[in-house]
Design a protein around this ligand. Structure first.
Ligand SMILES: [Zn+2]
Length: 441
């Protein structure tokens, strides 16, 4: 059997488990997945332990040591998946691997079973051939899709066991379908801002125009917060943002130029942002505040002619390196205080604070990975500033003190989280080749 055939067989088994973490009814399927992974790794020579947290699904920790002097690579992935139902429009059963000449399709085939399995299958092959260059550790969790409240605690508790020289994560998509190393992640948090302008809703005919209206006050506030070009109006919001280098700008302009149809992908008429600043620089290196929800007044059938006395807005903050989440929170509190009239009572709450991450592109591992990617894919490697977050990567830097190699392996049209999630066969083969070269040379 070729390495590809072996991988395909294992993937067929892995995706057959409905390890959906967003709904507790799948707990038995989670158990089966964990047992399958444990057996696969143990029978291949890995020492495997199951870690249990207070509320999270079991975490698999597995290690294979070749020597005391070899460097250690820790590889992170997750076995939980998003829900998938055949009647959501899947062309075939989402939990049965479907393979044709160009595509492999099933729930989890890219996010993240297919990608973590690239490294597991490769490691197993290299162990058999006695060609592994590093001591290897796998950390495979089951709550990536829901947010894992126990992970940081368990990492802290087991920090000696997790000790390594570099972390490798493959959990994303290529950029413009070219090999990609992700070099930064934005941080952020969520915020609820509640305005109260009176004790009760009152008649808009009797009082309208002469008293404060919670909806109007929210709109007035938001118009002071966000400029017409989407930038944020108060200066301190951009405090501690790294100066963007010429090389970064050039790289991001090229990526934006090569990317086709970003607007179409987002389902919008056109892009919007400060003049002359490209898409990847805005989403990767610039902080933003997005209004994610607004609640005020009456919105059921017909009309209620009222002056609403309360309203709230939900805001999602995305921060850029080297900002600290707490500092951004403090500055925003100050801005709210200064821009709320005395007759409005404002209440703020925040959740999910995490700092942005900057990857050390000067590390020898980065250089090796970039060279191998270049060779395997036969094209220049993209350096991508990622707009989203992987809080785990920030925790690793804090707790283990090591850098991360973020190397996505899948096609951009993989439709992760959607129907017919798929991995290009050609890219599967390239991924296996990259993993083999990286872990053996
Ligand atoms: Zn996901």
């Amino acid at each position: 059997m070729t390495d590809f055939e072996k991988y395909k067989k294992l993937l067929g088994e892995f995706v057959s488990f409905q390890s959906v973490s967003t709904n507790p009814k799948y707990a038995p399927e989670i158990e089966k997945t964990v047992a399958w992974l444990k057996k696969l790794l143990s029978t291949s020579g890995f020492k495997t332990k199951i870690w249990k947290g207070k509320s999270s699904n079991p975490i698999i920790f597995s290690e294979y040591k070749i020597s005391n002097t070899a460097k250690t690579v820790l590889i992170y992935g997750h076995y939980d998946v998003q829900p998938a139902e055949s009647n959501d429009g899947w062309k075939s059963d989402p939990f049965v691997l479907k393979v044709n000449k160009t595509k492999m399709a099933a729930r989890g085939v890219v996010d993240n079973k297919g990608q973590i399995l690239v490294h597991i299958a490769t490691a197993i092959n290299l162990i058999k051939k006695n060609a592994l260059k590093y001591n290897l550790k796998f950390l495979i969790e089951g709550n990536e899709e829901t947010g894992n409240d126990d992970l940081a605690f368990l990492m802290q508790k087991n920090n000696k066991k997790l000790a390594c020289d570099i972390l490798l994560v493959s959990d994303g998509e290529l950029t413009n379908n070219k090999p990609t190393i992700e070099v930064s992640l934005r941080g952020g948090f969520n915020c609820t801002l509640k305005f109260t302008t009176g004790t009760t809703n009152v008649h808009s005919g009797i009082f309208g125009g002469a008293i404060p209206n919670a909806g109007t006050e929210i709109v007035k506030f938001l118009s002071k917060l966000i400029n017409p070009d989407n930038s944020i109006a108060y200066k301190s919001f951009y405090k501690n943002v790294d100066k963007i280098s010429k090389a970064e700008l050039k790289n991001n302009k090229r990526l934006t130029h090569e990317a086709k149809n970003i607007a179409k992908l987002a389902g919008v008429e056109s892009l919007l942002g400060p003049k002359g600043v490209d898409f990847y620089t805005i989403t990767g290196l610039t902080p933003t505040i997005q209004i994610t929800g607004l609640k005020v007044g009456y919105i059921d059938d017909g009309y209620a002619n009222i002056v609403p006395n309360t309203g709230e807005v939900r805001l999602n903050f995305r921060t850029a390196a080297s900002q600290k989440a707490q500092g951004v929170v403090d500055d925003f509190k100050k801005f709210v205080k200064e821009n709320t009239p005395k007759y409005v009572k404002s209440e703020l709450s925040f959740s999910g604070l995490h700092d942005p991450v900057k990857i050390n592109t000067d590390s020898p591992y980065f250089e090796v990975a970039e060279k191998i990617l270049n060779k395997v894919y036969g094209t220049k490697v993209n350096r991508k500033n990622v707009g989203g977050a992987i809080p785990f990567v920030g925790d690793v830097k804090k707790i283990l003190g090591v850098d991360t190699l973020l190397i996505p392996l899948v096609n951009e049209d993989c439709n992760m989280h959607g129907r017919d999630e798929n991995f290009d066969v050609d890219l599967v083969k390239k991924a296996l080749e990259f993993s083999e070269k990286f872990l053996s040379s």
